[in-house]
Write a protein that binds this ligand. Structure first.
Ligand SMILES: *Cc1c(COP(=O)(O)O)cnc(C)c1O
Length: 382
């Protein structure tokens, strides 16, 4: 376990994130238990594991038996391989022209949604002397990546010529599995099964049937297929991820974000604070400055709105959040001192701030909060 005070003592800027790998593993086990023991569970590690550190999270999960990992870009898959992750790596976003050879070399399975992708993959598989597996992405209503379900028949008819490829998976992505009305998701599930029937009719053995993201796993057991893809719930994001019913799962937040007070000052009533003087003190005030700003993931939308924890109590962010610094009004705190720890995300003294809370205050979703924690914030692992 890493000492929470390490960042303060180690002559670095006292701003850091803690990633609790035991909570990550707990969440993985909880999700695992909601699935059939035969089906796969893909831990989605894209975007640096939603800001938590892809290699560290991937290795911790592999250590408890996880064997499927999802990335959005081939580059993210290569990073996992270089970091020692050995299980299946699936690239949900396919690949860019010119990337197929390295995908094959690193045994990363791509989603395919255009014929020229299959052509390039097939050619590189031929050159490597290999039979390469891929999954087909079908758009059943999201309208984003994937061959449209009603075009799939003609698309699939052309796949037979790729002699060095094997189609082993079919995936789709839900657009509204977190919503209270299930109608659209039911339509997507039905379209998925139509396209699955087309592919099996053409003789493909589709071992990996995957539809569900976090919200889908939670609310649509009938859509668990043989592989589920979870990101958000793995990192303990819940309130703005899952539909309110059925009952929420026992998931724990994984990341917390910390800083320390580097300056305290008394200012008179009427003092403008920060860029544009958007906050003006209404009384003599005690103002604290912390060395963390929007470049570190404290969203600028939290200016004059957000809260942080100091000494186990909530204090308001005042003035505009700037790139490297944020200002707090600690007037009502009798005991603050330079060096005191500030929690921007996480728990302190029994109070807590979840990514969902920050998202609510900033007008966004928890995904954007955690993926937005800046690259210059060091992550410590527990
Ligand atoms: C990001 C992503 C997921 C994971 O979604 P969560 O809501 O975080 O569980 C699953 N599938 C695809 C295709 C994705 O892009």
């Amino acid at each position: 376990m890493i000492d929470q005070n390490q960042a303060w003592r180690s002559s670095q800027r006292p701003t850091w994130a803690m990633v609790d790998l035991s909570n990550l593993c707990h969440n993985y086990r909880v999700l695992r238990q909601t699935l059939d023991p035969q089906s796969g569970l893909m831990a989605v590690l894209k975007a640096n594991a939603y800001g938590h550190g892809a290699v560290e999270c991937g290795r911790a999960l592999e250590g408890i038996g996880a064997d499927w990992f999802g990335v959005a870009l081939p580059e993210e898959g290569h990073q996992l391989r270089a970091g020692g992750v050995r299980g299946h790596i699936f690239c949900v976003g396919g690949f860019w022209q010119g990337q197929a050879a390295r995908l094959i070399a690193d045994e990363i399975t791509p989603a395919i949604f255009r014929l020229d992708m299959a052509e390039e993959l097939n050619e590189q598989a031929r050159l490597a002397g290999r039979i390469v597996e891929y999954h087909l992405k079908v758009d059943t209503g999201m309208g984003r990546l994937g061959v449209r379900w009603d075009d799939l028949h003609s698309f699939a008819a052309q796949l037979g010529r790729f002699e060095h490829l094997r189609l082993t998976g079919l995936l789709t992505h839900f657009a509204a599995a977190d919503e209270t009305t299930p109608d659209f998701t039911h339509i997507q599930i039905a379209r998925y099964h139509e396209t699955l029937a087309i592919l099996t009719g053409l003789g493909h053995e589709i071992r990996w049937r995957h539809l569900a993201n976090s919200a889908g796993v939670h609310a649509y057991p009938e859509a668990h297929g043989t592989l589920a893809r979870t990101g958000a719930t793995l990192y303990g994001l819940v309130r703005d991820v899952l539909a309110p019913h059925p009952a929420p799962l026992d998931l724990r937040p994984v990341m917390s974000l910390h800083s320390r007070i580097i300056l305290l000052k008394r200012v008179p009533a009427g003092t403008p604070l920060g860029y544009g003087g958007s906050f003006r003190t209404s009384r003599e005030s005690l103002i604290a400055t912390i060395p963390i700003g929007y470049a570190d993931g404290v969203r600028r939308a939290l200016s004059n709105r957000g809260r942080v924890l100091v000494g186990g109590r909530f204090v308001p962010i005042v003035g505009r959040v700037s790139m490297d610094l944020t200002i707090l009004d600690v007037t009502d705190h009798s005991t603050v001192a330079v060096g005191d720890e500030v929690v921007l995300l996480g728990e302190q003294g029994g109070e807590r701030l979840l990514a969902e809370d920050l998202a609510g205050d900033a007008g966004t979703i928890s995904y954007e909060i955690v993926t937005g924690i800046g690259a210059r914030v060091p992550r410590y692992y527990r």
